[in-house]
Design a protein around this ligand. Structure first.
Ligand SMILES: Cc1ncc(COP(=O)(O)O)c(C=O)c1O
Length: 396
């Protein structure tokens, strides 16, 4: 078992803040920060050499390492700035035969709901949400609720692998299998899944699996991805038209042999991934630093880290004096636990009172109540959870 306080010392957290919000943004551990800074130095000192000669092998290396970590292949992995871009890449270009509906749970992330609302208008579909059994005791309850909501009109099913408001983990593989059986496309928002829960994207077998690497994997901010499911390659258009736009159709130069869409190209990608990924000159250093983030947490051990998260989850439940809003059943939660706040105080006032005490934990506004969400990564301490518990004991 790693020495968790020694491991925490490698995450340069502000010592004056009780940090219980990895769920929104992951901090950058020192070895990862050093790697991204080293790359940015090289970029600053010689931008042409960096972009033209240094990036291609580094980008391919990162694509291979990231794909292996996620359980997919490099040819299907498109890097994005974040999961919002990945979802928009799909929602802005996907074509689906209408009339029909997009189905989603009633616990999706607000901004992603808006992305689908815009897409629904464009394609001529409607949106229908169904209530999740938020305190399910078995994954089968969630599958049953989803299956009951699928109809012959359902064209596309969008859901989060790990819910943002409560941290409930959905049985993504089973949900995708049920949708596929009914000819329904699946788009999974895996914003929180990588590094928080065991994940093999090829097993989930979604048509489109998206996620973030800058939350629980602790890669530098600016790392998200899309994994394109089998047969879905032809359904997407890039968000930005740039130099990748035609390389899937044309050779790079007259003398170069034409590449197949999945052949490794001269840029660290394939014609297919570059088509969707390349959006002009940008800072790719976060993408190139993903191997450092994988190495850092591999050094601690993902299993050991998840065991520590489970211990902290149990500890959080034992000391926070509020009604739990996340099931305690193993497999249905990861490293986020939500609690119901007592009525009578606005979200704004809760936020102010928390930050007055330099406690970082989000207040989530649900239609019927307010929740507070506690994130516990390997570097979280019992003492930090006690600080929150102390504040809530006085307030509630
Ligand atoms: C479920 C879910 N989807 C999407 C997002 C958006 O993430 P980003 O801003 O990194 O794109 C979040 C962020 O917290 C999230 O929790």
């Amino acid at each position: 078992m790693p020495d968790w306080s020694a491991a925490r010392a490698l995450v340069p957290l502000d010592p004056t803040v009780t940090m219980l919000n990895t769920g929104s943004f992951g901090p950058t551990p020192t070895p990862v920060f050093e790697r991204v800074t080293e790359l940015r130095r090289a970029l600053a000192a010689g931008p042409t050499d960096f972009f033209v000669r240094k990036v291609p092998p580094l980008l391919w290396h990162s694509r291979e390492r990231t794909a292996a970590f996620l359980g997919t292949v490099p040819e299907r992995l498109v890097f994005t700035t974040n999961v919002s871009v990945a979802i928009n890449l799909v929602s802005s270009s996907i074509s689906v035969d209408g009339p029909g509906e997009i189905l989603m749970t009633d616990h999706e992330y607000g901004a992603m709901i808006w992305a689908w609302e815009r897409a629904a208008e464009r394609i001529g579909l409607t949106i229908r949400t169904f209530p999740l059994p938020a305190m399910a005791t078995d994954p089968g309850e969630i599958v049953d609720a989803a299956v009951k909501s699928m109809t012959p009109h359902t064209r596309l099913f969008f859901f989060s692998h790990v819910l943002s408001p409560t941290g409930l983990v959905l049985p993504a593989r089973e949900l995708c299998a049920e949708a596929r059986r009914r000819g329904i496309l699946t788009v999974v928002d895996g914003a929180h899944a990588p590094a928080m829960i065991p994940l093999k994207v090829s097993d989930v077998a979604a048509d489109f699996y998206t996620g973030n690497l800058h939350k629980w994997l602790l890669a530098p901010i600016g790392c998200g991805f899309l994994v394109i499911g089998a047969g879905m390659e032809v359904r997407l258009q890039p968000l930005i038209v740039s130099w990748g736009y035609k390389t899937n159709q044309y050779p790079i130069s007259d003398s170069a042999p034409a590449l197949g869409p999945d052949d490794r190209d001269a840029y660290g990608s394939t014609p297919r991934t570059r088509y969707l990924e390349f959006d002009g000159t940008r800072d790719v250093c976060p993408w190139l630093s993903v191997p450092a983030a994988i190495d850092f947490q591999t050094g601690l051990g993902f299993d050991a880290s998840r065991k520590r998260m489970a211990e902290l989850s149990a500890y959080t439940r034992s000391v926070i004096p509020l009604k739990e809003a996340t099931p305690a059943v193993p497999g249905l939660h990861g490293a986020m636990t939500a609690f119901e706040l007592p009525p009578g105080k606005s979200a704004a006032l809760w936020r102010k009172e928390l930050w007055d005490r330099r406690i970082e934990a989000p207040i989530i506004e649900r239609p019927d109540r307010l929740l507070i969400r506690v994130s516990h990564h390997f570097y979280t301490t019992e003492a930090e959870i006690d600080v929150l518990a102390g504040f809530l004991s006085v307030r509630s």
